[in-house]
Each structure stands twice: as structure tokens, then as C-alpha cells.
Write a new protein. Structure first.
Length: 403
């Protein structure tokens, strides 16, 4: 889990003091307008519509695009997209992923399209761009919308331009643990002016005038204080990305050559924001399964996590009413193997070294540790809550449970 990356307090105050002096805290204030302008410039996209979080951003997009019937999404992603689809009365259809980059598999996606399919919502998982060309061709052929959950992908470039301009729209999260954070927040980016206008109506109850309500919108506005945080952090995004990269490279160096552990690297030549440190443990070779490694790291106060276990298709709200969940073999393998380590600019290089040292010593003693863990029962970690075992030091949980 990542610790929030935060501009100096004075940088936040410089922005927020202006809102304080104006006593203008919400309803499309000057800081939100400035933040939107800066985001659309940085992301090289016509419209950036900021909202109170990415989940509501996705929800507005579902409403704005009038999605119905079925929507295909990867099974291996954060649960919010499946949940908001279901809440909108749309059936989430979980699709398998590719093992190389854990992104939605375009061929599997094409095979799931039916006459009821209205869209594909694809996630750039861990900030690795999806195969946007293949997905766009598939969606164009089928005459359906393609949108992206870009919650992980702020600051990533793809095919010569930033993530943010692909598909009909992309949705970024500005949650405290994300690479650009605004305490909580989200931004929907699109080059489609009519869609952006609709999103702006929807985020503000549907108001198009003082007492004219155009559509049944909700309250998904961002406050001025959130925009101040976002602006202060956007001012230092270059430094953040550079610091992220140093930590990622250190992980890659320190974890190289451990049998049964694969540390995820961006594809050759691909851009990354290096915000996530993701490894896969092959238990047969490593000598201990991923859950055992998570348990042991947890005992050393390292908040390593498994993600996105057990996969959207196996999560309780999305289990089929009868029969077994779809067979998604790659998702299931990845869900058993992935280990996400603390990363990002707010963690010290020394802590990265210490975590890697722990992993090396776990690897060196894996068979004995596996035997000891099976003696003590494997349910310890699952029953322990982070706040009960939280330590002083680098792994103290500070925010929610999101990656
Ligand atoms: C964090 C996250 C979200 C949700 O973002 P919020 O801003 O917290 O609503 C959605 N999808 C992915 C992949 C995420 O990591």
C-alpha cells in the first residue's frame, strides 16, 4: 500500500488561502476551474471534468453514455467499476486478462460481445496502458463505446501522448494513495465537448440554470480544498514521477534473481508512472505461496497486499445467481500470485532496501517458513486487521485499503 505523496504544507496553503479569503468553497470555484485547465493541458485533452472521486466519475459516465444491457470489463481490477455498473442496472461481464501485463485480453473481450453489449470499460492496470488499438478496433466494429478506468495511470504516456485521450473518455482517481492525489477526487477526460457538458450537468444535480434542472444528476462536485491539494501536487508531479522511478528501479535491482519471484517492469520502451511495485510469486519455485509471503511481511510491519483478490467475477455482489462464476484462468492465477509492495515517492529508499532484504531472507528460508506457517495455521493474517498490528515505521497504515 502506498503512503500519500504530498506537497509541502505551504504549497497547499498558498492555494487554499485564496479560497479562504473568498469564502468560496464549492460549486465550481476558481480553484476547481484552474485545476481543470491545468489537468487538460497536462493530459493534452480538450476537457477535464473534476469530480469528488473516480467511482462517481465512472457512474456519471455510465449515465452520460446511457449504457444499458451488458458492459465488458476486466475481472482483474478494483471493484468500483463492476459495482457502479450493477448499481446502474447494467450487467458487468467479467473478461479475462493477459498474463504479460494483467490488462484485459482483447481477444477474450471480442468473444464476449453480444447484441446486448453497450460498452467496454477497460483498466490500465498498474498504470500499464491497455492494448488501446486492438480494443478500439473491436469496439468500433461492434459499434459500442470504449472507456477507460485510468485510476492507476496518471502521468503515463502511450503512442506519443498521455493516457487521458483514449477511447470516448478516461477516468482518473485522485484518491490519497494515487500518484496525483487531492485527498479524494477524480477527473473524467474526453475530447467530446457534448459529453463533457453532460458530465458537468450530471455532477451538479443536473442544474443548467439557477432553477432549471435538465437531467437527474447527483452531487459529484469537487470542493476548493480538494482542488488546492490537487494543484499543489500537480505542481510537483515531475519530481514525484522521478522519485517513483528511483524506487521502482531499486526494487527491480534488489529483487533481481530471486527464483520464483517476478518483479513487474514496464514493457520495453513503455512509459510508466512507476507508482506500483508488483511482484508475482510462483509458489512451486519460490518454496512458499504468496499468502505466506504476505503473512511474513505483515508480521514485519510491511503492508504488502494481495490484489485484486479474488477477482471481480468471484466477489460476493457479482457471483451469478446460479451456477459457478465464469472460468477466468489467467485472472485466477494472477490473483493467487500477485504481491503488491509499498511504493511511490513517499517511501524512503532505505525502506525499499529493507523490504527487499526481508523478501530475500524469506526466499532463502522458504521451505522452513512454509512448514512453520502451516503448523501455526494460515488464517492469522486474514483475521488480523492492520490497525491491530500497526507498527511505528514505514508501513503504518494511513489510508484506506485501495492500491
Ligand atoms: C482507486 C481506484 C478506483 C477508485 O477510485 P476512487 O477515486 O477511490 O473512487 C477505481 N479503479 C481503480 C483501478 C483504482 O485503483
Amino acid at each position: 500500500m502506498n503512503r500519500p505523496i504530498t506537497a509541502p504544507r505551504a504549497a497547499y496553503d498558498r492555494y487554499f488561502d485564496t479560497a479562504w479569503d473568498r469564502a468560496w468553497f464549492s460549486n465550481g470555484g476558481p480553484l476547481v476551474s484552474e485545476f481543470e485547465k491545468r489537468l487538460s493541458a497536462y493530459l493534452e485533452v480538450e476537457h477535464a471534468v473534476v469530480v469528488c472521486n473516480a467511482t462517481l466519475g465512472l457512474s456519471l459516465l455510465i449515465q452520460a453514455l446511457e449504457l444499458t444491457g451488458e458492459v465488458i470489463l476486466p475481472s482483474y481490477t478494483f471493484i468500483s467499476s463492476a459495482n457502479v455498473l450493477k448499481a446502474a442496472g447494467v450487467k458487468p461481464v467479467h473478461c479475462d486478462i493477459r498474463s504479460a501485463d494483467m490488462n484485459i485480453d482483447p481477444e477474450a473481450c471480442a468473444a464476449l460481445i453480444t447484441p446486448r453489449t453497450s460498452a467496454v470499460v477497460a483498466t490500465h492496470i498498474w498504470g500499464a496502458p491497455c492494448d488501446t488499438s486492438a480494443l478500439q478496433a473491436i469496439c468500433d466494429d461492434a459499434g459500442i463505446a470504449l472507456v477507460y478506468d485510468a485510476a492507476h495511470a496518471f502521468g503515463v504516456r502511450h503512442q506519443g501522448r498521455p493516457i487521458g485521450g483514449f477511447g470516448r473518455a478516461e477516468v482518473f482517481s485522485l484518491h490519497a494513495t494515487k500518484v496525483l492525489q487531492a485527498f479524494e477526487g477524480g477527473v473524467v477526460t474526453t475530447d467530446d465537448g457534448a459529453l463533457a457538458d453532460r458530465l458537468r450537468l450530471l455532477r451538479n444535480f443536473g442544474f443548467s440554470g439557477v432553477d432549471r434542472v435538465e437531467i437527474a444528476g447527483v452531487n459529484a462536485k469537487m470542493s476548493e480544498s480538494h482542488a488546492a491539494m490537487g494543484l499543489a501536487n500537480l505542481d510537483m508531479i515531475g519530481e514525484t514521477l522521478a522519485a517513483n522511478r528511483r524506487r521502482h528501479e531499486l526494487y527491480a535491482d534488489e529483487l533481481a534473481g530471486i527464483a520464483g519471484l517476478r518483479f513487474h517492469q514496464p514493457a520495453p520502451g513503455a512509459s510508466s508512472n512507476h507508482h506500483y511495485a508488483v511482484a508475482e510469486i510462483d509458489a512451486d519455485i519460490f518454496g512458499l505461496d504468496r499468502d505466506g509471503v504476505v503473512d511474513l511481511l505483515f508480521a514485519e510491519n510491511v503492508l504488502a497486499r494481495r490484489y485484486f483478490y479474488p477477482g471481480g467475477h468471484r466477489s460476493i455482489p457479482h457471483l451469478p445467481e446460479s451456477g459457478a462464476p465464469a472460468a477466468l484462468p489467467v485472472t485466477e492465477m494472477v490473483c493467487e500470485r500477485v504481491l503488491v509492495l509499498p511504493a511511490g515517492a513517499a517511501i524512503a529508499l532505505e525502506d525499499v532496501r529493507a523490504i527487499c532484504g526481508l523478501i530475500r531472507s524469506i526466499a532463502a528460508h522458504a521451505p522452513e517458513l512454509a512448514a512453520r506457517l502451516s503448523d501455526t495455521g494460515a488464517s492469522r493474517r486474514r483475521s488480523a486487521r492492520p490497525d491491530q498490528v500497526a507498527p511505528p515505521g514505514f508501513s503504518k497504515p494511513r489510508t484506506g485499503s485501495k492500491p
